[in-house]
Every structure is written in structure tokens, then in C-alpha cells.
Design a protein. Structure first.
Length: 323
């Protein structure tokens, strides 16, 4: 069965932990894995602009001995109306995996439904699972473990990063807090999804509009840009609502003394986070950005391996010795 990575909980807790361990091993030995030796191509499609996603996937696939086939989806026939299903049927005969940075989640779900090779969500409007693997890897490196830690996300609770923090961190056995204005709360179905996982993992989910209370005792403070692509309309109102949810030195002082600060970038200093915090000693953003490469290599390798048909064991046709 072909495995895909479309939403954070497409991996079980045990599988997620396995991928993170693999990412650590790959970071220590970046050229030691030949997942796409040949080289086999991996299609990396972009409906949206990117810096970190393109750089990390392109470099990572090359390190896995593969050829990153970078495709501007808008300039392809897909961008001119060819169906996603037909595109999938063409691509999966040419490549070892498909990576797509696109819009609505339904698009990548449809790609996966018609692909015989693994499909990886490099960002949709609803989820950003590869970023969360990188974040969890960064937390694991910083603290030695992730289970039992508390992460507080500040900002737009209705965006894809908040959704992935809820689902991925619950899967990792972390307590998750979303601190966001009442006008930008997470979707109820995402919260319910995370709460179900959290209950199974013995951890908690908190959705609050009290910025200071959400920081108390947190191991990790995370944020994201306040105005993402496509949200430019009504930006002034959004910024006014989000103003109390900036991560600054006061908020950071309420977290644990050794708390880490994460930001998936691009960052706008003075808006969602102050320069003092983002460029300070507790910021892990550059490790986080690098870890996109290692985490994405790990998920690609894991998916390809998990999707491979089982090897037939050799049978011994010889006649057994008689007593």
C-alpha cells in the first residue's frame, strides 16, 4: 500500500517518532542514504512562491541521490486546466515521489488518491506537516525529547501552522496551547481532531485568548507571520487583533528559563515577534530552518520504504532430510 504524508497525523505516534530518529541519523550522515539512487526523479510542484521549501527539498533530494524535478505548476498543463487525477497518472510513471505546495487540502488529497507513489504535503491552506516535523526535530535536539513538553503557539489560530501544531504536537505527546484572538480561533474540527489524539496520548489542548497565561511554564513559544499569502485584504484589522499576541521579552520571561523560540519564517520583526527575541539566545529559528531538509529527507525515505512491496522470501525446494 502506498503511504502518503498529507496531514500531520498520517503518521502514528510511533511512526512519527521513527521518522524523527531517522532525521537525526540523516543529519549526522547527510550523504549516507541512497533512497533515489539512479538518479530517480522526485517531482516538486509549486503553486505558491517559496524559499525554504524549495531549497530544502531540492538539496535534500540531491543528498538522497535523486534528481529534484522542480515544476512551476501554474506554468504546467495543471495550471491550464488539466485535471489533478490525470497529472498524478502521468507523474507517478516518471518519478519516485511527488511533493506539492498548493492551495486547498482537497487538491493534494486528490493527487494522492490517483498516485501510486508517495505524495507529500509541502504546504496547503489547511496544514503544513513538513514544517512541524522540522519543528519537532528542533525541539528534540534542544531538549533531548519531545513527549511531555509544552508548546504555546501565538498568533493566527485559524491558519495552517496552528492546525499542524495542534495535530502534530499532540501526536508527539506534547501539551499544546493556542493563544489567539477570539476572531482567529482554530477550526472546531481541527481542535476535535487534536483533542482525540491528545486524550490517547495523555496530554492536553488549550485554546485561549489570554496571551500571558498561555506562556507560563511553556517549553517552546512559536509564532508565524500575521499576514500570510492571500490575506492582504483586511490586513489592518488582523494586525490590530493580533497586537497583544506578539512574542516579546515580557512574554518570553513567563515561559521556562530555557524555553526555545520557533518561527517558520519569513519573519517580520516588530510584528509577530520582536527582534530582541528572534535574534536572541533562545531563538532556534536557523536550526529550525535547516531541519526542514533533514526532516523532509526522513519522511521521503520512510514513505518510499513503507510503500515498497514486501520482498518475497526465498523458498527451499530441497527435500528435507528424513530421520
Amino acid at each position: 500500500m502506498t503511504r502518503h504524508f498529507l496531514v500531520d497525523d498520517d503518521l502514528t505516534p510511533a511512526e512519527q517518532a521513527e521518522v524523527l530518529e531517522l532525521a537525526l541519523a540523516m543529519k549526522a550522515d547527510p550523504y549516507g542514504y541512497d533512497t533515489f539512487a539512479g538518479p530517480q526523479s522526485v517531482a516538486v510542484l509549486f503553486d505558491k512562491p517559496s524559499t525554504r521549501t524549495r531549497v530544502s527539498f531540492e538539496a535534500g533530494i540531491a543528498e538522497l541521490k535523486g534528481h529534484p524535478m522542480i515544476i512551476d505548476a501554474k506554468a504546467s498543463q495543471l495550471g491550464r486546466g488539466e485535471s489533478i487525477a490525470d497529472t498524478a497518472r502521468v507523474l507517478d510513471r516518471q518519478v519516485g515521489a511527488i511533493v506539492w505546495r498548493t492551495g486547498d487540502q482537497s487538491r493534494i488529497d486528490e493527487m494522492a488518491a490517483h498516485s501510486t507513489v508517495p505524495v507529500v504535503n509541502a504546504l496547503t491552506d489547511q496544514f503544513h506537516p513538513c514544517q512541524l516535523l522540522a519543528d519537532l526535530l528542533t525541539i528534540k535536539e534542544r531538549f533531548g525529547d519531545v513527549a511531555g513538553r509544552t508548546l504555546t503557539y501565538y498568533g493566527d489560530g485559524a491558519n495552517n501552522m496552528a492546525a499542524s501544531y495542534l495535530v502534530a504536537c499532540a501526536t508527539a505527546g506534547m501539551h499544546v496551547r493556542i493563544a489567539a484572538p477570539a476572531s482567529l480561533q482554530p477550526a472546531p474540527d481541527v481542535v476535535a481532531r487534536a483533542e482525540k489524539i491528545a486524550e490517547e496520548q495523555g496530554v492536553t489542548i488549550l485554546i485561549t485568548d489570554h496571551a500571558e497565561a498561555a506562556a507560563i511554564g511553556a517549553d517552546v513559544l512559536a509564532t508565524d507571520t500575521w499576514v500570510s499569502m492571500g490575506q492582504e485584504e483586511g490586513a489592518e484589522e488582523r494586525l490590530a487583533d493580533l497586537e497583544p499576541f506578539r512574542i516579546d521579552s515580557r512574554i518570553l520571561s513567563l515561559a521556562k528559563r530555557d524555553a526555545a523560540v520557533l518561527h517558520c519564517l519569513p519573519a517580520y520583526r516588530g510584528k509577530e515577534v520582536t527582534a530582541e527575541v528572534l535574534d536572541g539566545p533562545q531563538s532556534m529559528i536557523w536550526d529550525e530552518a535547516e531541519n526542514r531538509r533533514h526532516a523532509q529527507k526522513a519522511i521521503l525515505h520512510w514513505l518510499v520504504t513503507a510503500s515498497a512491496p514486501p520482498q518475497e522470501s526465498e523458498t527451499d525446494d530441497s527435500t528435507p532430510d528424513e530421520d
